[in-house]
Design a protein around this ligand. Structure first.
Ligand code: GLP
Length: 241
């Protein structure tokens, strides 16, 4: 894993944006794997700025997001889809038909998972996957204990994850108990991965993920086995390395 140090969140966001822009310039029809969550908001802001400044177009690119809450529809404020629309898709020229997220309100959720995994394969696999990391080391919504062979599926969210994500909801009761997530194996098939982490509260899990044992107890530790992963950290997140 290549570790890239950034001074602060702004520099982290800029460095990640530069890497995505480079990827799109090299291959305009790239397949991007995207994350929701707070960490990536600065990166998406930078991509929006670059597009609005005429520096880049995403018109040929496709996206596959990591995850979606079960029970939340596209237009619900706390859905991953809504988050992506607000922070990235409305600010850029990604074509609606090239944007993919699991459908958390599909009638047949199991079939939705199979279909999503197949769509990624049919697209030719992910060129560049962006990841955040949960406080417990989760990737997407692959909580500790997730098999390294897992593919897109329905998962139960831990209490800690629901608590961590509750800040955007009215209260924790409103946070869904399940999600659809790409699996660890799905993520590991990406040809390039960029993991982002900022802030002091991520320092402990970053140390375990990057320098600890590779174990399903810390899902992000699997990235030590990926041959093209960069980790961009601000000073606080890197402070325990
Ligand atoms: C969330 C999402 C992930 C995200 C991670 C970190 O629960 N499922 O896709 O990358 O946890 O979130 P944040 O960036 O808000 O810390």
């Amino acid at each position: 894993m290549k570790i890239i140090n950034a001074r602060d969140y702004q520099e982290l966001s800029q460095k990640a944006a530069e890497m995505i822009i480079k990827q799109i310039k090299t291959k305009p029809n790239s397949i991007l794997g995207l994350a929701s969550g707070n960490t990536v908001i600065g990166l998406y802001r930078e991509l929006g700025r670059a597009y609005q400044a005429g520096q880049i177009s995403f018109i040929e690119a496709s996206t596959f997001n990591l995850d979606e809450y079960v029970g939340l529809a596209v237009d619900e404020k706390n859905s991953c889809h809504y988050h992506m629309d607000e922070h990235l898709f409305k600010q850029t020229d990604f074509k609606v038909e090239n944007i993919h997220l699991p459908n958390g309100v599909a009638e047949d959720l199991e079939a939705e998972c199979v279909c999503y995994e197949n769509l990624i394969k049919q697209a030719g696999g992910i060129d560049l996957q962006i990841l955040g990391i949960g406080l417990n080391g989760h990737l997407g919504f692959n909580e500790p204990g997730s098999s390294f062979n897992s593919i897109t599926r329905i998962v139960d969210l831990t209490k800690g994850t629901r608590q961590a994500n509750a800040k955007n909801f009215i209260n924790i009761k409103e946070v869904p108990k399940q999600a659809i997530t790409m699996g660890i194996a799905t993520i590991m098939q990406a040809r390039q991965i960029i993991l982002l982490a900022n802030g002091r509260q991520k320092a402990g899990i970053i140390k375990r993920a990057l320098q600890g044992e590779v174990t399903i107890k810390v899902p992000a530790s699997v990235l030590q086995k990926h041959n093209n992963t960069a980790v961009i950290l601000d000073e606080e997140a890197a402070s325990k390395l």
